[in-house]
Ligand binder design. Sequence first.
Ligand SMILES: NC(=O)CC[C@H](N)C(=O)O
Length: 445
Amino acid sequence: MSRLFGKSISRINNNHNHNMETLLESIVARKRSEIQQKFNKYDTDHKGYIHIEDLCQALADCGLQINHRIERIIAQVESNGRIDMTGFTKLMTGKKNLVQKALSGELAIPNFAGFCDDLNKIFLETKKQNPGNLANYIPELGTVDPEYFGMSLCTVDGQAFSAGDSRIDFTLQSTMLPIVYCLACEQVGYDRVHEFIGKEPSGSTYNAFVLNSENKPHNPMINTGGIICCSILEPQDNQSNRFGNLFDFVSSMAGDSKITFHQRTYLSEKEHGDRNAALAYYMRGAEVKGLDGKRLPEVLDFYFQACSIACNTEDLSVIAATLAKGGICPLTNKRVLQTSTVRNCLSLLYSCGMYDYSGQWAFTIGLPAKSGVSGNIMVIIPNVMGLALYSPKVDKRGNSVRGIEFCKRLISQFSLSIFDNLVGGVSSKVDPTTDATPADNVMVE
Ligand SMILES: NC(=O)CC[C@H](N)C(=O)O
């Protein structure tokens, strides 16, 4: 009995091994033919090799700029500006890399050109109207061209697209606050920061004289919370190092980009900074913890300097993308923040990032974001991309009017809000990460 049983088991095993081999062979054959097809697609003149220029063009079509990261990947498989089938196979089968992902349609936004076309249309539609006012309580902000309108996006894979005035620099203003908050959390720890600052929206204007029931600023994304964060950052260091460290940190979030500092806006805000000075003295009078009362003018000065760090929407979209990617900059692939810090920051941006419009923003747009009174907005689409907008005319709450309008239109067309892709949801919106509508995935019996 047991011998018979043993025999049948060995027959089953033999059959199984044979079937397994055939299956593996067919998988290998399929993979080989897929690679061959791709190779043929880029071997445009059928000479048996791909010109590097053609490969670079294919990558550019996916939204990737040829930087040193991509050059390094290509250098491993090319010779004399060409890639043959052996090199191409190595490229497509080796450890997952950006080029492989791009050619396999696996980047964050697979149909990048189509998505950007749609975004461009939304941009042009939004551009037609320009209500709101310049925030001239900081006089220098009242001098900018009110017609500026720029938009940029950067995905977690580094796919980039811009429209309009995407290279015009603007001061970050309150959009610096999440950055200062992240740096403070990394330096002194999240618990310590929140010993001094709350986690609730204030429901009041960004520069209101309000504290929560624990005598703390409501959150780090409004002026009071921002001033406290500035007080916590490297109090023992000198002013030059402290500013330098913050500046370098912003630059590393922006992909080691050459960000700037706008001296005129800084001086303008400092000269007209009575409200923020009053807020600082109000907090000192209320004995708010975390505020170094002896260094008050220095802390305020640092706050004004931070608000006058400047960049363009291209840079800001990379900063947002670094947050979308959990603290790793998609252009340099360097980790600049711990994921836990980013998680905390995004939670706060979701509930408090748009001043006293935060609740409505969360409801209509459903994404973490931060605005600055210079007319910039950065929006984070977790695990997908960062988006940056600049249009200097703001509404009465201090949020860019066209920036909000662009986001409303974007979200009405694409399922990018964090609650858009609920299992069981039926929606006509397109998911640009899969190019399908959520309704395509629903199976109702
Ligand atoms: N909302 C903002 O962007 C305000 C920042 C500005 N520097 C201020 O303190 O008033």
